[in-house]
Design a protein around this ligand. Structure first.
Ligand code: TYM
Length: 325
């Protein structure tokens, strides 16, 4: 059985980029050796409100359950509940280099170079490496934006193993056939993201069917009338990608079928496919949100299970780096 780990940050609200890029595979490929984590410590790297962090952590866990993650098979837990993540980060900090962290595009995009950004933001990928390496994950199902971070985790693992002996499994990122990088509907040159900057360009999982339909109908398209993908057509390409992710059909198939279709009809088709796909998830979320104690209970059990592996890995790591009791 392949060991799998992946995570999502409780900042902002989860959106369809998260769903198609990551969550849907977590649910469909889950197995007993898979761990899925709400990474609340990562959410602290930028200014935030503590009460909101608490609420969003639980809401996000409920969304993951709503997508179909079954806590009796996979392990669903909150990062901060397993203290080993923070401890492993320090040890891996002493293996990672300033140079490699400084090259991370996410850090550069989010304000690298400004003196006021937190050390945590710089350090973010090391915490992510700790997440992955503690569980000896072989595969990390993520969207395309996390590729560089997973590669860095692999480099850190390799360096650690070289210095202290075979300890960590070398992880690799895996991507979905469609939806690895869903773009903002209003600005198809940038990634759909959880920030509040572009509410019209982002479809939240919590949006209802009407809002979803409106946002897709108002999505920016490109000049020309053809429904095809291509660098000169970022808006249409993104909608085709969404339709492909929502239906499981390839972009080539969809292009052939939609030859001659008008943008308006095409968008309607995209909207209905996305709405249909999310309908059961949204319904299940409403049920789960009504019972926060059940979600908290699930998370406590998940943390207990995760801790067993994390503690065993840390015992080995401590001994290897010379800090064992
Ligand atoms: P986060 O919370 O930004 O996103 C969670 C997952 O959603 C994917 N994703 C997207 N996929 C397609 N299109 C998009 N527009 C889009 N936006 C986000 C992300 O690639 C991700 O898979 N650093 C991570 C969380 C993390 C993690 C880990 C992931 C922490 N530790 C260990 C894997 C393993 C992050 O901020 O993801």
């Amino acid at each position: 059985m392949t060991k799998v780990f992946s995570g999502v940050k409780p900042t902002g609200r989860p959106h369809i980029g998260n769903y198609f890029g990551a969550f849907t595979r977590w649910a469909s490929e889950q197995d007993t050796g898979h761990l899925y984590c709400v990474v609340d410590l990562h959410a602290m790297t930028v200014p935030y409100d503590p009460e909101e962090l608490r609420t969003r952590t639980h809401e996000l866990a409920a969304w993951l359950l709503a997508t179909g993650i079954d806590p009796d098979r996979a392990t669903l837990f909150v990062q901060s509940h397993v203290r080993e993540h923070a401890e492993a980060t320090w040890i891996l900090d002493c293996v990672a280099t300033m140079g490699e962290l400084g090259r991370m595009t996410q850090f550069k995009d989010k304000g690298g170079g400004r003196d006021s950004v937190s050390v945590g933001l710089f350090n973010y990928p090391v915490l992510m490496a700790a997440d992955i390496l503690l569980y000896h994950a072989e595969e990390v199902p993520v969207g395309a934006d996390q590729r560089q971070h997973v590669e860095l985790s692999r480099d850190i693992a390799q360096r650690f193993n070289h210095r202290f002996g075979e300890t960590f499994t070398l992880p690799k990122a895996t991507f979905p056939p469609a939806g690895a990088r869903i773009m903002d509907l209003q600005h198809p040159d940038r990634k759909m993201s959880k920030s509040d900057e572009s509410p019209q360009g982002t479809i939240d999982l919590a949006d209802d069917a009407d809002v979803t339909r409106k946002k897709i109908m108002r999505a920016v398209t490109d000049s020309g009338t053809e429904v095809r993908s291509g660098e000169d057509k970022p808006g249409v390409t993104n909608l085709l990608e969404l339709l492909s992710a929502a239906t499981g059909r390839t972009v080539a198939e969809l292009e052939a079928e939609l030859a001659g279709a008008r943008y308006g009809d095409f968008k309607k088709q995209v909207a209905e496919a996305v709405i249909e796909r999310l309908r059961p998830v949204r319904e299940r979320y409403a049920e789960l949100a009504a019972d926060p104690h059940a979600v908290a209970d699930t998370l406590a059990k998940g943390a207990e299970r995760a801790r067993q592996t994390a503690a065993a890995t840390m015992a080995d790591v401590r001994a290897r780096v010379g800090i064992s009791a």
